[in-house]
Design a protein around this ligand. Sequence first.
Ligand SMILES: N[C@@H](CCC(=O)N[C@@H](CS)C(=O)NCC(=O)O)C(=O)O
Length: 208
Amino acid sequence: MPTYKLTYFNVKGRAEPTRYMFALAGVDYEDERIGGDKWKALKSTLPLGQMPLLYVDGKVFPQSNAIHRYVASELGFYGDTALERLEVDVIMETGLELSPKVAGIFAESDDAKKAELKKQLKEEHIPKTLEKLEKLLKENNGGKGWFVRDKITVADIGVFNMFFDFLPVVLGEQIDLSKFACVKGVIDRLAAEPKIKNWIDTRPKTTM
Ligand SMILES: N[C@@H](CCC(=O)N[C@@H](CS)C(=O)NCC(=O)O)C(=O)O
C-alpha cells in the first residue's frame, strides 16, 4: 500500500469523502491541515494553486473528485466492474448537480439575493435532487440498502457528505429528509457505521 498524505484547509469541505473512506478502510494517512502563512507560501508551488491535494508516495495530485475516485478505487469503494463504476458515477454526478447552486450562493455578495438563492436551494434544488436520488436508490434492492449493489461505495459516502456535512452548513439547518426515506436510511446507516461514527466523534471540530 502506498503512503498517503491528504492536504487541505482545516475544514471538512472537499476533502471529507476521502477522509471517510480512509476511516472506513482503516487506512493510515497523514491528515495535514494548513492555513495562514503556510498556505500563502504553498499556493504558488501547487499544480493548480488549490487544495485539496493527495500525495501518493510523495507525488502530489489536485482535484477533489479525482482524488475521491482514485481512493475509492484503491480501497474498494468504487464497485467491482466498469458497469458498477458507471452506476457509482451516476449517483455521484446526480448529487454534484447541487454544487453550482451552492457556488452561486457563496459568490453572491448582496444579502437579499443570497437569501433568495438559499430559499431556492432549500425549497427547489435540494428536493429535486433528493427525488432523483431516492428514485435511483429504489432501483437497487428496493432502496433498502446502499446505492450500488450490496456494498458501501463512494456514491453512498458522497451523498452522505453532501446532506450530512455540507448542505446543513450552507443553509444553517439540517436537511429535511422526511419525504426521502430511502436516502435517509443510507445517511442514518452510514452515520451509525462504527468506523464512520468514530471518525465523526474524533475528527477535528470545524465549522464547515
Ligand atoms: N475543482 C477543485 C476546486 C478546488 C478549490 O476550489 N479549492 C479551494 C478550497 S475548497 C481553494 O483551494 N481555495 C483557495 C484558493 O483558490 O486560493 C477541486 O474540486 O478540488
